[in-house]
Design a binder for this molecule. Structure first.
Ligand code: GLA
Length: 742
């Protein structure tokens, strides 16, 4: 299958359908990286020529041999303080204050199936879908072992990596850095494509040349963050959507992280990715093990679209779990922008009736249902119904929703506590607060110390009984501020550097318990929108609210950036009211529909405020969503334009290329406009496609495309033209179906 070891050259080859990853046991047992790229069958050890490089030290054992240095040879997991001055992967301090890591191969093993990681989410596979290579490296002097894990998924061109670090000695050790992986690309020029942003404007793209410097993205916020996504692409400068070499690196981690890219004196580029080491210090008792989160790697020479497709399919099949991973998701209506904190049972039931009437399947009661929460200053932690608003409790509300034929969803923010709450009054030490200092507050709230097992047990009992008694079908799991004041009342002084990581382990434990106990409940992740949009959360929540920004025009670039790594089936996207509540922009209903279709489709408005015409239009939208649901959720997503283009366009294409939905949205109004010209992608060139439907939202009469039948070749090579769409933010949806031969 995927992993082979060549005894003569001492080389491992990890093969996927189109790629090979090679490493070798080099001199003195150092594990050298050889190659990662397009598939080759033989060892590429010949590539790495020893050379005497000034000021690059040589291992002591080699004595007169000056041509071999850890500083110039590509490494598989770089050590520290032992001759490689480039980015380190691991730093260990012994009880005597000796700091560094000098790791050499001790043993290795190949197994069927995919490894899993204690306490952390990781991708999964059947025995016949993946293979695992484990290579144990050891630093004898420091009595530490690092087990490098490689999961090989041939079908998806994905290789996952993770590390288990064990203290094999008799005295405690301190881990100061513990990256998940190091990847050396010894040859070639590369650009870094990464995804940055801010609250309500997540995952904007930036593409930078990797020059003679270090580029770094990361988070020190305790969450993967709005500001940087734990995902990057290294690609050739000439790489486009359709051609060129690209590498993807995606951390399956929801906490603070760091991904550094450094070009060294030899022109070799090193990526080191893992948890954030700033502020991190982990005590490893003798025999104890530290597990580093998984890194998902993928490579293609076929450009960015092919890279995204491999990642999308992999995430859908090997990261997202449970019945909703591939099953259809209900069309939901969320009450946040419909009512904010201002509601009672009667109003919710009125919204629910109106929602049911337009075809909604799941009513989600957002913030404000518990404690005395009339605004965002109070009550987090008091997860009991506010009987002023819900006199019959959640049970009665849920029963009534069920009786209407609706599923019931609920907003929760379990990781937080308000100062004004019974929970904080009874357990002030459960919040992250430093003795002698006032904590900083964010959205008037404090962060619960999720590193404490008793906090996790408390929340798991509480939430499990809440879900059991209420019969809730869906949970929106929110998290609305980042971590500060890292001090845990329960940890000794030499373990305070563990809090941020223990916090996220606590979150995972809690989510793991609840998703196992309630396999039929759909969990949607959220952190002020997309502040924790990562593969770690996707292991528990198959969909994540993409952004608090529901403006369809702003969403174009948010969803565009997100689509490089994550499939549409993971991106929460809703049609909201116009003018939009975040930007004040007015857009046509059809355009809001078109943009929300590119994610997990739903609504975020008061259906009672819609005109009759709008209600009828939405009934048709939901009918269309159901018709196209499989195509949207399980098909491929192809970007047809970029984030600077005059109009945004994308395509949803079924796996068998028989159905294709093209979406197009104008970013600006234009005078004397040129026609809109577009080339489709991915179709069968020889097949005939019928334009079965065109839905246009435009400020003017639109004549429509006259021709109905095209070959795939014509649609892809010659393209299509649409007459200009006038007015504010018009859009078009074109549905093509392949004509089946008689
Ligand atoms: C966050 C979420 C919103 C909404 C509010 C409620 O900002 O992202 O969708 O749930 O919290 O307070």
């Amino acid at each position: 299958m995927g992993i082979a070891f060549d005894k003569i050259s001492q080389t491992w080859s990890l093969h996927t359908a189109d790629t090979s990853y090679q490493m070798q046991i080099g001199p003195l047992g150092y594990l050298l990286h050889l190659y990662y790229g397009r598939r080759v069958e033989e060892s590429t050890a010949y590539l790495h020529l020893p050379r005497d490089c000034g000021f690059s030290p040589n291992p002591y054992e080699l004595q007169a041999e000056r041509s071999w240095s850890l500083d110039t040879m590509p490494q598989e997991y770089s050590g520290s303080n032992c001759g490689d001055y480039r980015l380190s992967s691991i730093r260990v301090e012994t009880a005597d204050g000796i700091s560094g890591a000098d790791l050499r191969v001790k043993s290795w093993e190949i197994c069927h199936g995919k490894y899993s990681l204690d306490g952390l989410p990781s991708s999964f596979a059947r025995e016949d879908e993946a293979e695992t290579l484990s290579v144990i490296l050891q630093d004898e002097a420091a009595s530490v072992e690092a087990e490098l894990l490689y999961g090989v998924f041939p079908e998806h061109n994905v290789i996952t990596r993770a590390v288990r670090i064990t203290n094999c000695g008799s005295a405690p050790l301190y881990l100061e850095k513990a990256a998940s992986a190091c990847l050396d690309l010894p040859f070639g020029d590369w650009e870094l494509l990464h995804f940055h942003g801010r609250h309500a404007m997540e995952r904007q793209t930036e593409r930078l040349p990797v020059g003679n410097t270090t580029l770094s993205i990361g988070s020190r916020r305790g969450a993967s963050s709005h500001q940087h996504n734990p995902f990057l692409i290294l690609c050739e400068p000439s790489a486009t959507e359709d051609a060129g070499e690209c590498y993807a690196a995606m951390l399956m981690h929801s906490g603070s992280f760091r991904m550094d890219v450094e070009k060294d004196q030899s022109g070799s580029v090193r990526l080191v990715a893992g948890i954030q080491d700033e502020g991190f210090r982990w005590k490893l008792e003798p025999g104890a093990q530290f597990v580093c989160p998984e890194l998902i790697l993928s490579y293609t020479h076929r450009g960015l679209t092919a890279l995204s497709h491999d990642l999308h399919r992999f995430i859908r099949k090997h990261v997202c779990r449970g019945i909703y991973a591939s099953g259809p998701r209900p069309v939901l209506l969320n009450t946040w922008e419909a009512a904010y904190f201002d509601f009672d049972e009667e109003k919710i039931l009125r919204i629910a009736r109106d929602a049911k009437d337009i075809g909604v399947e799941l009513l989600v009661l957002d913030d404000g249902w518990f404690g005395r929460r009339d605004d965002d200053r109070t009550s987090l932690g008091d997860w009991k119904e506010d009987l002023r608003k819900l006199p019959g409790g959640l049970e009665r509300l849920v029963d009534k929703l069920h009786a209407m034929g609706l599923q019931a969803g609920l907003w929760l923010e379990p990781e937080m506590v308000s100062e004004d709450s019974d929970l904080f009054r009874s357990h002030p030490d459960w919040a992250l607060i430093m003795p002698g200092r006032k904590p900083s507050i964010g959205r008037s709230q404090l962060v619960l110390d999720m590193s404490r097992p008793e906090v996790i047990d408390y929340l798991s009992d509480l939430l499990s009984s809440l879900l059991r008694r209420s019969g809730i079908d869906y949970v929106k799991w929110d998290m609305n501020r980042n971590m500060t004041d890292l001090y845990s009342a329960e940890l000794p002084p030499d373990r305070q550097g563990e809090i941020a990581h223990r916090y996220i382990l606590g979150v995972y434990t809690l989510l793991d318990r609840l998703t196992r106990e309630f396999p039929r409940v759909l969990f949607e992740g959220c952190a002020g929108g997309g502040g924790r949009f990562d593969a770690g959360m996707l292991a528990y929540c198959p969909q994540i609210w993409c952004s608090d920004n529901t403006d369809p025009i702003a969403r174009l670039n948010i969803q565009y950036g997100t689509s490089f790594g994550y499939p549409p089936a993971t991106m929460g996207a809703h049609v909201s009211a116009s003018p939009n509540h975040q930007t004040g922009r007015t857009t046509p209903l059809g355009t809001r529909f078109c943009v929300a279709l590119a994610g997990t489709f739903g609504y975020e408005l008061d259906p009672g405020k819609l005109s009759r015409k709008e209600r009828e239009a939405i009934q048709l939208q939901i009918r269309d969503y159901h018709r196209w649901q499989k195509l949207l959720a399980q098909g491929d997503y192809l970007r047809l334009t970029d984030d600077q283009s005059r109009f945004a366009a994308w395509e949803n294409l079924s796996g068998d290329r028989s159905e294709c939905l093209v979406s197009l949205v104008m970013r600006n109004a234009e005078a004397n406009p040129r026609p809109l010209y577009l080339r489709l992608k991915g179709l069968d060139p020889k097949a005939v496609y019928i334009l079965e439907e065109q839905q246009i939202s435009s400020g003017s009469e639109y004549p429509g495309m006259k021709q109905r039948s095209f070959t795939g070749a014509a649609l892809m090579y010659a393209g299509i033209t649409l007459p200009a769409l006038l007015g504010d933010y018009p859009s078009a949806l074109l549905y093509f179906k392949r004509q089946e031969r008689a």
